[in-house]
Design a protein around this ligand. Structure first.
Ligand SMILES: [Zn+2]
Length: 510
């Protein structure tokens, strides 16, 4: 992940601004972080570089440099002045001073005024004002539940096709609040819609924005079952997929349930049956009950005023050798290094190497493998998605290195999924990674917003191998044998998942 990097870089810059950290050195032992005039916490971390494996002391405590050449130690400071002495019995010693202040940092009136002005400006950007506009979605638009944001940009609901008209009744600097139905609102980034004109606030919303549902059908279209819903206009929807029972629920907003005529053609492979109901006067719900236990993705788009939901069939032979696996090496190119470790190890290089390694492992087992990128080039999420869809990938795995938590922590490995049907894949991969010696459990994250896993067209799990910003984990990531072992475990998890799907779908005996 990238965002933490800027925080990390900011910390390094603050340290460099007080005293030049690189000025403190003993032979090849250099201090990179931890040189500061005044600090306000007793626990003080000093980090630097040395020759790989070098042994020396900091305030008498033994320190050993990692194989990457990084080293770090946490010291307990006493109130007032502290001498920090780096000593090497071959090359000598160097001492620098850090003042530990137990009284909080004094804020000058000027700093206080600047902080208040900044806060006010941010509040102003976030403030919503009434508006009355007709807006239409651009390509790759998505709805958000709320107006807030987390480190990956707010809780997304789902993507919407192009050309969906909505009524925006409020706006702030970056978002429109759109009225989906009489009582339901969502938020959409301004950059993702085109303004189509004014909307009269005196208009009758029901009269002007609510269409009637038409007749619908479901049929086997070859590689997928197509549910074609007759809608009186291009209306927004919220879609969710559930397990036990396996179903896809589509709520159509601004659509009054007028027809529950639904033709089920014979020969369906994914869809069992569909229920139509009205859950509000202007919301119509289609519940698509599926025959399958496992999920292989679905795509949604309008064709005229018909909403098509194409639900992929289960692959006929659920063995790795019959499947196409997409592997995404996170980041890449001059614009996106991803996170960078203390020794200079770049996330984009590690993910590319691991993607190639995993490709070789899976190809040896007979799978067809498609890489999003196979060299150091930048790619948008959309370009990655389009490549995986064009190559009809059955499953996509995205490989990243994590960042954050401080250089001395060792937070471990983690897997991420967006949709519940893919939780077992995330679990299987994590389970194998945790069997590796010295690999801690950072955990599994569901409902994850990462845009590649938010795409419904294919199952996708993100693997955050280890924290590249942890000195200890960076050393592991820097070791090609360790990276290979990690990818072997990812492959084992993938194989277990495919086997479980095969059993669940009745293609194999338990
Ligand atoms: Zn990343």
């Amino acid at each position: 992940m990238k965002k933490r990097l800027s925080i990390f870089a900011a910390v390094a810059m603050v340290a460099a601004a007080t005293v030049s950290a690189s000025a403190v050195h003993v032979g090849n032992i250099v201090v990179k972080r931890g040189v500061a005039d005044t600090v306000y916490k007793a626990k003080h971390v000093v980090v630097g570089m040395a020759d790989p494996g070098a042994e020396f002391t900091v305030n008498g405590k033994p320190v050993k440099a990692y194989k990457t050449g990084t080293w770090g130690i946490e010291l307990e400071l006493q109130p007032g002045n502290n001498d920090i002495k780096i000593a090497d019995n071959r090359t000598g010693s160097a001492t620098f001073k850090v003042f530990y202040s137990t009284t909080p940092k004094k804020v000058t009136p000027k700093e206080q005024a600047a902080a208040q002005a900044k806060q006010a400006a941010e509040a102003e950007k976030a403030r919503f004002y009434p508006t009355s506009l007709k807006v239409s979605t651009r390509e790759y638009a998505y709805l958000n539940y709320g107006a807030g944001t987390d480190r990956l940009g707010g809780a997304k609901i789902n993507y919407l096709p192009e050309g969906i008209q909505m009524y925006a009744d409020a706006e702030n600097e970056n978002l429109y609040r759109v009225k989906l139905s009489q009582n339901r609102y969502a938020y959409i980034p301004k950059s993702q819609v085109e303004v189509k004109g004014k909307y009269s606030p005196d208009s009758d919303f029901m009269q002007d924005n609510v269409v009637l549902s038409g007749s619908s059908s479901v049929y086997n279209a070859g590689e997928y079952d197509r549910v074609s819903i007759g809608v009186g206009g291009k209306k927004p929807y919220i879609v969710k997929e559930y397990t036990d029972p396996h179903k896809i629920v589509v709520d159509l907003y601004g659509v009054q349930c007028n027809s529950n005529w639904l033709t089920h053609k014979s020969g369906l492979k994914s869809v069992d049956h569909i229920d139509v109901e009205s859950i509000d006067s202007d919301i119509t719900r289609y519940t698509i009950y599926l025959k399958t236990k496992s999920s292989w993705g679905f795509s949604m788009d309008y064709s005229g005023n018909n909403l098509n939901i194409d639900i992929k069939h289960v692959p006929a032979q659920l063995y790795l050798k019959n499947l196409t696996i997409g592997i995404d090496a996170g980041h890449g190119g001059p614009q996106s290094n991803g996170a960078v470790g203390m020794s200079g190890l770049k996330e984009k290089d590690m993910t590319l190497d691991m993607a190639h390694t995993l490709k070789a492992i899976l190809e040896k087992q007979g799978a067809k493998v498609v890489l999003s990128r196979d060299s150091d080039v930048g790619m948008t999420i959309r370009e990655r998605q389009d490549k995986f869809i064009a190559n009809k990938c059955d499953i996509v795995l995205s490989i990243h290195c994590n960042a954050g938590g401080g250089p001395l922590s060792s937070l471990g490995t983690s897997t991420y999924y967006r949709y519940n049907p893919y939780k077992p894949l995330a679990e299987d991969i994590l389970g194998y990674l945790l069997q590796m010696e010295g690999v801690n459990n950072f955990g599994m994250v569901g409902n994850f917003n990462f845009s590649l896993s938010a795409i419904t067209d294919f199952p996708c799990v993100l693997v955050e191998t280890l924290f590249i910003t942890s000195l200890q984990e960076e050393e592991k990531l820097a070791d090609p044998a360790f990276r290979k072992a990690m990818m072997e475990n990812v492959a084992k998890g993938l194989n277990d998942y495919i086997k479980a799907c095969r059993i669940a779908e009745g293609q194999a005996k338990k």
